[in-house]
Unconditional design. Structure first.
Ligand SMILES: Nc1nc2c(ncn2[C@@H]2O[C@H](COP(=O)(O)OP(=O)(O)OP(=O)(O)O)[C@@H](O)[C@H]2O)c(=O)[nH]1
Ligand SMILES: [Mg+2]
Ligand SMILES: [Zn+2]
Length: 356
């Protein structure tokens, strides 16, 4: 595989060369199935295992095992099999609260320059959910791009696009149709500036169809697709594909819930509420009926949507709750480490011969 096509840039390459040459080869994780990692390197695609040492490290650190999009150091790469010895430092990781380890984050995909938030115009369009997605992407450092699919089924999509554009300063919103081809050229132009993007969104909105349109490869049947029982193919794993014009697209299964990760930064979201708050009489105004509240005044005047304010409150509360969970978790882990160390010291002292 051409590593430049796989998204390898000069900075990752030189970091790799300085630390891993000549014993290892650089690879990128294309898919993860069970205990096997599909990696791409200049020898081709190989099924890789994680070395025991890396597995051990992954258990200690919250960064975990390699995820799709990761750059990895491969040992004994034969072009069909390899061993992953290390995960190179990640840039722009899309993550969510880890469902198995409360207070910790789980990386979904790594090294993504952009996140396509895909929403269907037919049944799926929902501004409040879009805000949640934007908050989720906000922490990653990647550029969010909203893709409204199925314009062929929703002829009056223009006001919906306008409403989405309003959600965050400078937000890119692309209406497209995989059926009529509408908007695809504009989307491709945006992708030209984002070497690796991941597509996220509910099931059935057309993520895989879009990936298919942009890669020219039929991905309707494959190991990462399954029938969902309603006569549809549905994606079951994350998979990195090469775009025909260069660049990488990571297809993902539909997300059932959108959670704001730890330390969630709402960034460019809700800037209009931030601006209004600065005009409130009290600097700690909660906008809940205090005198001189500019936010409530804007709602009364009809220039701010009441639902927008409650969405803002809800997301802030969530981001803070995640922070609090993390604190509790860290303190507990710290206390456990101290107790363990104390036990070790006691045992060591006991084992020593008595001093004369
Ligand atoms: N009319 C119309 N149908 C579309 C369009 N894009 C996708 N579809 C249809 O929507 C259905 C779901 O598309 P998928 O691409 O499988 O959706 P997905 O987002 O990958 O779904 P999951 O893999 O379950 O997350 C399929 O029947 C597609 O043919 C579009 O632009 N217009
Ligand atoms: Mg899919
Ligand atoms: Zn206020």
């Amino acid at each position: 595989m051409d590593m430049t096509q796989l998204g390898l840039d000069a900075s990752v390459r030189s970091h790799f060369d300085a630390n891993w040459q000549p014993t290892h080869r650089i690879g990128r994780v294309l898919a993860v199935t069970g205990a096997s990692w599909l990696v791409g390197s200049d020898l081709g695609e190989a099924q890789a295992q994680v070395s025991g040492k890396l597995r051990h490290l992954a258990e200690l650190a919250s960064s975990g095992l390699p995820v799709v999009g990761d750059w990895v150091a491969l040992r004994r790469d034969t072009g069909t099999q390899a061993v992953i010895d290390a995960v190179l430092e990640r840039r722009h990781t899309l993550s969510r609260p880890d469902p198995e380890r409360p207070g910790q984050t789980e990386a979904l995909v790594a090294n993504v320059d952009g996140v396509l938030i895909v929403m269907g115009l037919d049944f799926d369009y929902n501004l409040r959910r879009l805000e949640r997605y934007l908050a989720m992407v906000g922490t990653s450092g990647a550029v969010p791009v909203v893709v409204l699919t199925k314009t062929d089924l929703a002829p009056n999509w223009q006001p919906l696009q306008q409403a989405a554009v309003q959600l965050a300063a400078g937000l890119l919103v692309h209406p497209v149709s995989a059926v009529s081809g509408q908007g695809l050229d504009d989307l491709v132009a945006t992708l030209g500036m984002l070497p690796t993007v991941v597509l996220i969104g509910s099931s059935g909105v057309g993520k895989s169809t879009l990936v298919q349109a942009l890669t020219g490869v039929d991905i309707a049947t494959g190991p990462t697709r399954a029938w969902d029982g309603r006569g549809r193919h549905t994606t079951v794993g994350r998979h990195l594909h090469l775009r025909s014009g260069g660049g990488c697209l990571i297809d993902t299964p539909g997300l059932r819930s959108v959670a704001v990760p730890i330390g969630g930064e709402l960034g460019d979201l809700f800037t209009e509420i931030g601006a209004l708050s600065r005009a409130c009489r009290f600097s700690d105004c909660q906008h809940q009926g205090e005198p001189g509240c500019a936010v409530q005044a804007a709602i009364a005047a009809g220039s701010l949507d009441r639902e927008r304010l409650s969405a803002y409150r809800k997301l802030h509360r969530e981001a803070r709750r995640q922070d609090a969970k993390q604190d509790v978790q860290l303190r507990a882990a710290e206390a456990q480490r101290r107790r363990k160390r104390a036990r070790e010291i006691r045992q060591e002292l006991k084992a020593r011969p008595p001093r004369r």
